[in-house]
Write a protein that binds this ligand. Structure first.
Ligand SMILES: [Zn+2]
Length: 291
């Protein structure tokens, strides 16, 4: 690793979290910026560069995680349902220019989260593991012997595998994708379509039968998709992250039952700590691994 600091940025649909990884490996939050649906990528990237340069005029490298289809080799975001103005943005080229030429590495937000998990030692560096984020959508990463697997570029888009032919319409333009059945909106649809997942969880914990049933249905769809993945890839186990991983206990039983009824692979599932800086930390870890 260079003697200079690496930075990490996590760009999501409403905010961009920016932080620095110090030479001793500790991570400090620097700022949280608004990304909003109307903000142009150039403006946001310029603001990010200003935050970094204010305390570090010459960063060693910057890692960026962003929700969407990313070509890590080119630092190019081709499609992001949550950041429509960013479709077709050369993030690494633009941000590097605002940073006076510092190297910038870009990857999918779920991949950088997984890199952070590897860096901390939460995800083992041996064997094949699958990481799944459960939030607005479903993100995925395939980790093989401590490295991410990209296939021809975008491996791990688990959320968009078809789980029901002709099913619910997805933000990707197709029907029946897994994330329409096992992400945030799906859980809400199993309840009353209006109540936020946090509130449904609170009610389920208090014994509300309808809320418990919503989580049971959610768990069944989750377990069904995980069984498909296990049959294809036979991983040693799964790690879960994202907002809905926080209420894993509420759907674990049904997810496991569904999974075990569909595949012979052992149910080995752990939840990774999901903090507001986990993505930016992973992005900084990715940058530090490359310089
Ligand atoms: Zn889809």
């Amino acid at each position: 690793m260079s003697s200079r600091n690496c930075w990490g940025v996590d760009i999501g649909g409403s905010t961009a979290v920016v932080g620095r990884m110090d030479r001793d490996g500790s991570f400090r939050l620097a700022d949280v910026l608004d990304t909003g649906p109307c903000r142009q990528p150039g403006d946001v990237l310029k603001s990010i560069a200003e935050v970094i340069r204010r305390s570090d005029p010459s960063p060693a490298a910057v890692g960026v995680g962003v929700a969407g289809l990313v070509d890590p080799g080119r630092g190019f975001l081709s499609f992001s349902p949550n950041l429509p103005l960013w479709n077709g943005t050369h993030i690494s080229t633009m941000l590097s220019r605002f940073l006076g030429g510092a190297p910038v590495f870009v990857d999918n937000d779920c991949n950088v989260f997984a890199i952070g998990g590897l860096h901390r030692g939460d995800i083992p560096a041996e064997g094949l593991w699958l990481f799944i984020t459960l939030g607005t959508g479903i993100g995925g990463a395939i980790i093989s012997d401590g490295r991410l697997t990209y296939g021809t570029g975008t491996a791990g888009e688990f959320g968009h595998m078809t789980i029901r032919e002709g099913g619910r319409m997805c933000t990707c333009g197709l029907r029946g994708c897994w994330e329409r059945y096992a992400a945030r909106e799906a859980l809400m649809s199993y309840y009353d379509r209006r109540t936020e997942p946090k509130m449904i969880a609170t009610r389920a914990r208090k014994g509300d039968a309808k809320a418990i049933a919503a989580f049971s249905e959610y768990g069944r769809w989750l377990g069904r998709g995980m069984a498909n993945l296990a049959k294809c890839l036979a991983p040693r186990g799964f790690f879960l992250g994202g907002g809905l991983s926080g209420c894993y206990r509420l759907y674990r039983k049904h997810a496991r039952q569904e999974y075990e009824s569909r595949c012979p692979n052992a149910w080995n599932v752990s939840v990774l700590d999901d903090t507001s800086t986990a993505g930016a930390f992973g992005a900084a870890a990715m940058a530090s691994g490359k310089c």
